[in-house]
Design a binder for this molecule. Structure first.
Ligand SMILES: [Zn+2]
Ligand SMILES: [Zn+2]
Length: 247
């Protein structure tokens, strides 16, 4: 599987070109996207005709993770002739949220086939996608994506307790994990992670390597990576849009 980071942003940023979460996973002619946050549609469409995606899997209903389903919907409905559809695995309330944004019942259903997320394993094309509930907002999910007996990519979404990811991680997996609060600490009540929490968890879980993402605006990048490296012996990188690797 090939992972391409389309967007690695948090909810807001002062970095020009920063976009919300979106991670493209490809294998041969097959592809899924994990999240489609604000501004991510262009970067996705530049890499793959979006109608060719097997599915888009949405971790939770915060705009930095799903709101570019709106331009996707417009593209599918207005740009393509005939119009096309894309499967979206997401919280069951997704269609209501998008319909409400446009005050238009049926807005979502015109172009998106929403498949409600539940914990467990689902097959999407050649990919096996395991979903687990994580502590963040409402129904939030983390995922493990794998193909055949190969190693897995575990994507945290946004998560307030690293241990919630434990059911997903197998030894040697690549952990693509949010590190919102950088070197730390995480303020009380904020359902996100920091470097020390990520490093300790990655070490305990036996992850093969750690890809850090979703760093909040103004946080120190080298100190964030170091906080993870202090606790995890494997490779650690802080990813950006355009980051590309084999899993
Ligand atoms: Zn987020
Ligand atoms: Zn969130």
């Amino acid at each position: 599987m090939r992972l391409t980071v389309v967007g690695a942003g948090p909810a807001y940023s002062d970095v020009v070109g920063a976009v919300g979460a979106c991670y493209l996973v490809r294998s041969g002619p097959h592809a899924i996207a994990l999240d489609l946050g604000h501004g991510a549609f262009a970067g996705l469409a530049a890499r793959i005709p979006p109608e060719q995606l097997d599915a888009i899997v949405i971790s939770h209903l915060h705009p930095d993770h799903f709101v570019d389903l709106v331009p996707l919907r417009h593209y599918l409905w207005y740009h393509l002739s005939p119009a096309a559809r894309v499967r979206v695995d997401a919280h069951r309330d997704l269609a209501d949220r998008l319909d409400a944004l446009h005050a238009e019942p049926g807005f979502t259903a015109r172009a998106l086939d929403v498949v409600p997320l539940e914990p467990g394993v689902r097959d999407i094309g050649p990919f096996s996608v395991q979903a687990a509930r994580v502590t963040h907002t409402g129904d939030s999910f983390g995922f493990r994506v794998s193909e055949g007996s190969g190693g897995g990519l575990v994507y945290s979404g946004d998560v307030g307790r690293a241990a919630d990811l434990a059911p997903l991680v197998r030894p040697g997996d690549t952990l693509l994990v949010e590190v919102s609060f950088g070197p730390g600490p995480v303020p009380p009540g904020a359902a996100h992670l920091d470097g020390p929490a990520v490093g300790a968890f990655a070490s305990e879980a036996g992850a093969g390597r750690v890809l850090l993402t979703h760093l909040l605006m103004g946080r120190d990048r080298p100190a964030t990576i170091q906080a993870v490296k202090d606790r995890f012996p494997g490779p650690v990188e802080l990813v950006e849009p355009g980051f590309d690797t084999w899993i």
